[in-house]
Design a protein around this ligand. Structure first.
Ligand code: PNS
Length: 168
């Protein structure tokens, strides 16, 4: 069974991430989308909430039934090894992503020889999109339709409204 890990922060998952998930799912027997967390970095959503948002978004991907969602902390290569995956999938949006992603891929291969990284380039119409951009749009009450799955758009907008209300 060929298993790939698609790791990320996913705070929150965007249509750009969903496109990468769909395309990775067509290339592997199983894709594990893993919310990797770092206790020093706080986001709009907790890691478990982010994983739940991904699970709620997946039904909007037609014909995809080989994707699991998980959360983990620690080294990505250790997680991948535990899950029997020899490939990491990452999305590349722009040239600016390339440098840091190559560095991470090289590091992961050093830490775990044989661990490969497969880069999928973003569709041009989604290349501008990121979780940061989604949060920025939510902050200014721009509709998130088309940028995140329909199933989670209101949840993301509402969480941002709560965050703004409770900000000091
Ligand atoms: O969505 P992001 O923020 O680009 O995801 C980055 C992520 C979570 C994939 C990356 O930071 C990561 O792999 N973190 C796990 C810790 C790790 O293995 N770091 C590299 C070796 S020090």
């Amino acid at each position: 069974m060929r298993t790939a890990i698609y790791p990320g922060s996913f705070d929150p998952v965007t249509k750009g991430h969903l496109d990468i998930i769909q395309r990775a799912a067509a290339q592997f027997d199983r894709v594990i989308v893993c919310v990797m967390y770092n206790s020093e970095k706080h986001g709009l959503f907790t890691p478990e909430e982010r994983a739940e948002l991904i699970r709620r978004s997946l039904p909007e991907l037609e014909g995809v039934d080989n994707v699991e969602v998980d959360c983990a902390s620690g080294l990505l290569v250790d997680y991948a090894r535990r899950r029997g995956a020899a490939c990491v999938v990452k999305g590349l949006r722009r040239v600016a992503d390339f440098e840091s992603e190559m560095q991470m891929a090289d590091l992961n291969r050093k830490l775990s020889p044989g661990m490969d990284t497969l880069f999928l380039t973003a569709r041009p119409e989604l290349a501008f999109l990121s979780s940061t951009i989604v949060k920025e749009m939510a902050r200014y009450q721009v509709s998130l339709k088309g940028y995140v799955a329909d199933a989670i758009a209101e949840t993301v907008s509402e969480r941002m409204r709560e965050a703004i209300r409770s900000a000091p």
